[in-house]
Design a protein around this ligand. Structure first.
Ligand code: AMP
Length: 224
């Protein structure tokens, strides 16, 4: 099997996490979501968590130098030899360059950047209704994917919570940050011929089918 080094790109609430769960199953790739890594660090009270918390609470990005090392370590780990799936990284041009600098000495390069596109209004509706099981990370939505018992996880009954940064004012700020700092990556990767676009307003199943078909085609092309 050829390497599959993938990035999921898109605004908060585009459904990157949902697609990632499926792709991890399809392709057996290690999945690195910087948001999850940082939230775990905050919960554990590590040095990384202490550095990141104030930025996260405001909906700002943590500084590049705080996050770049975290990902560098992981892509250079034995489990990531056949590929990886990044979610929430890179989020700035500086991070994209740092990633390229980390891959180059390993003789590796990105396979594709999967850009999931949704409008701002959809993002606000999706994120403000999002509820999470704080123990397992499982995600629900009060309107689109409600739990069987309101406010509780279907499987272990844990009380669901709203992420602090999923409140409406913070969502709007996160969107601004996305447009300012992360959206330029679309052009960056397009110029490199790596960008693949997906309509994130479609159902999760449709987006997934489209991504799978795209990756299958990429693999065929590689073999030619
Ligand atoms: P997410 O779960 O991907 O929406 O990330 C939640 C928060 O973690 C973001 O709003 C940022 O504060 C921080 N974060 C996650 N990934 C990055 C990154 N690559 N660069 C900077 N900050 C990040």
């Amino acid at each position: 099997m050829s390497e599959l080094n993938l990035i999921l790109l898109g605004p908060p609430g585009a459904g990157k996490g949902t697609q990632a769960e499926r792709l991890v199953e399809d392709f057996d790739l290690p999945y690195y979501a910087t948001g999850d890594i940082l939230r775990a660090a905050v919960a554990e009270g590590t040095e990384l968590g202490r550095k990141a918390k104030e930025y996260m609470d405001r909906g700002d990005l943590v500084p590049d130098e705080v996050i770049v090392g975290v990902i560098g370590e992981r892509i250079d780990s034995p489990e990531a030899l056949d590929g990886f799936l990044l979610d929430g990284f890179p989020r700035t041009l500086g991070q994209a360059e740092a990633l390229e600098d980390a891959l180059r000495p390993l003789g590796r390069r990105l396979t594709a950047v999967l850009s999931i596109e949704v409008g701002d209004e959809d993002v606000v509706r999706r994120l403000s209704g999002r509820r999470v099981n704080p123990k397992t990370g499982r995600v629900y939505h009060v309107e689109f994917d409600p739990p069987k018992v309101e406010g509780h996880d279907d499987i272990d009954g844990t009380k669901l919570v709203q992420r602090d940064d999923d409140r409406e004012e913070t969502i709007k700020h996160r969107l601004e940050v996305f447009h300012d700092q992360t959206e330029p990556l679309v052009e960056h990767y397009e110029a490199k011929g790596l960008l693949r676009r997906f309509d994130g307003s479609r159902s999760p199943d449709e987006v997934h089918a489209h991504i799978r078909a795209t990756l299958a085609t990429l693999r065929l092309e590689e073999q030619l």
